[in-house]
Write a protein that binds this ligand. Structure first.
Ligand code: ZN
Length: 507
């Protein structure tokens, strides 16, 4: 590889806007040299095919230079040299994509399991849907550079109405019974450092809209489940940043909306009835899905798109709840989870999801899932931004691994492989307002995944991970395998509990 003047200028031009006074290579402006950290070493990934996630075609034979945790250059390999002293990663035959994001996570397992599994699976951004002391601490340590892990965005506890579906179930939640309590909750959560307020299913109309208004005043996003008493379009007009799962999309898009809304409003739901809610609402959700009105849906989706309301389909969650009987029992990836977690999964599957289930329910579940796939395709075609998320914490959904299953499901829904990739890269970055993330462009944060196979050919190739780059730190194949082995060892060493640790899923 020739080191030409052109390449040096290109690289320096990139460096100028990024690191003041720093030249590429090992030279540094400071008179007092310090030990170079992994992050400010220069790395060049050479002759790689770059899939930058902007929607542009793949760029073959490209060299990507990284320094100080940033992308310094993305140039055809023939036009750029490798800076002196750079660590070189041969990208020949490989594919470089931006780091992935899981936009619907719940932290369930400990520090030995979750952060390394996200990273080993190429996930460099996580949106956690419920406040959690562990996650908040990890986030601080990751920001400070003392822990390796994804960038974490963490919401408030679930803010539900009263009685809440979560009463007595052991998961953190806030019950806001009145508009005043709703407003006070928004202010308190903002003060507590929540990145957003997560609204939930049983909020009354006045409280839901009070939260929406207070969130706007306090400039904090609100998102989550649309209340049973509010239309999705109303919530979107009120500023809902993202709607989670596909449960609440059917009613607005049904030709029978008025009648079905009257019905669901009248369904008696007691405190703590998380699963009761799922079961009691199911017939109405099914009826709404079967009366899906394409013309009406087009109007709803245009409104979501105009308002910038995102949809996080969590198809892997729906796979599990619609077709629990199909859950594989022998997935080798389960070995990365402690016995306590696996027992909880099996317990919830048997006692909650399969208990008393009829063949008719199975058939309906299958039909509903097919309809969900086509709904996701309609949303995408209508220009509603979609976010990839999984709802880890639900049985058999796995931090790290399940995001790749979600991408495969989105592909099954008919999205192009590029669109699927964007749901986990550029769309989350846009949603988070992070202009320097989500794509492979000069100046962006160096969060990257190097793949051994082409994800545009088959999205399942996002699992063919060679290396992961987090803020410029390269985790090569050996280190990545060691991380995975450490997780497995830690999971195996965790004690088997006498009792399953929780009774339900936290979606
Ligand atoms: Zn959830």
């Amino acid at each position: 590889m020739q080191r030409s003047d052109i390449s040096r200028r290109t690289v320096l031009a990139g460096a100028a806007g990024l690191a003041t006074g720093a030249a590429v290579g090992l030279g540094r402006a400071s008179a007092a040299p310090r030990e170079p950290s992994a992050a400010d070493r220069v790395t060049a990934i050479t002759h790689v095919t770059v899939i930058d996630a902007t929607g542009a075609p793949a760029k073959r034979d490209t060299t990507v230079v990284l320094r100080d945790g940033r992308i310094l250059a993305v140039e055809p390999s023939r036009r750029i040299g490798v800076p002196a002293g750079a660590e070189v990663i041969d990208g020949r035959g490989r594919f470089l994509i931006p780091g992935l994001a899981n936009m619907h996570n719940h932290t369930f397992d400990g520090e030995a399991i979750e952060p390394p599994l996200h990273i080993a699976n190429g996930i460099t951004t996580v949106r956690d849907m419920t406040a959690n002391d562990d996650t908040s601490r990890w986030r601080r340590e990751i920001e400070a550079g003392t822990r390796l892990g994804p960038r974490w965005t963490v919401g408030s506890p679930i803010v539900d109405g009263s009685p809440s579906l979560w009463e007595g179930l052991g998961a953190p939640y806030i019950a806001a019974a009145t508009p005043e309590e709703g407003r006070a909750t928004v202010r308190a959560q903002k003060d507590a450092g929540a990145d957003f307020v997560k609204v939930y299913t049983r909020l009354s109309r006045p409280t839901f809209f009070a939260i929406a208004d207070e969130a706007r005043r306090q400039r904090i996003p609100f998102l989550g489940h649309v209340s049973d008493f509010v239309q999705l379009t109303e919530a979107s007009d009120a500023g809902l940043a993202s709607v989670e799962h596909l449960f609440q999309i059917w009613y607005d898009t049904s030709s029978r909306e008025e009648e079905l809304r009257r019905d669901i409003t009248a369904v008696p739901i007691a405190g703590g009835e998380y699963n009761g809610w799922l079961n009691k609402m199911h017939p109405y959700e099914y009826a709404a899905a079967r009366s899906y009105d394409r013309h009406k849906a087009a109007g709803v989706f245009a409104r979501l798109a105009r308002n910038g309301t995102r949809v996080t389909p969590t198809l892997v969650l729906h796979t599990f709840t619609d077709m629990p009987g199909d859950t594989p029992m022998n997935d080798p990836r389960y070995a990365y989870f402690p016995a306590a977690t696996r027992e909880f999964w099996a317990y919830a599957l048997e006692l909650i999801y399969l208990n008393g289930r009829t063949p008719e329910q199975d058939a309906r579940g299958r039909e509903l899932f097919e309809r969900r796939l086509s709904l996701v395709n309609d949303l995408d075609r209508a220009g509603v931004p979609l976010l990839a998320g999984t709802d880890n914490g639900t049985s058999y959904l796995m931090p790290g691994f399940s995001l790749h299953d979600e991408l495969a499901r989105l592909s099954q829904a008919g999205l192009s492989t590029m669109r699927v990739l964007q749901t986990a890269t550029v769309e989350p970055a846009r949603y988070l307002g992070a202009r320097d993330r989500g794509t492979i462009e000069r100046g962006n944060v160096a969060d990257l995944v190097l793949l051994d196979a082409d994800p545009l050919r088959d999205i399942r190739n996002t699992t063919r991970i060679n290396s992961v780059v987090v803020r410029g730190r390269v985790i090569g194949p050996t280190e990545r395998q060691r991380m995975l082995a450490d997780v497995k060892r830690a999971a195996t060493a965790m004690p088997v509990p006498a009792q399953p640790k929780a009774a339900t899923c936290p979606c």
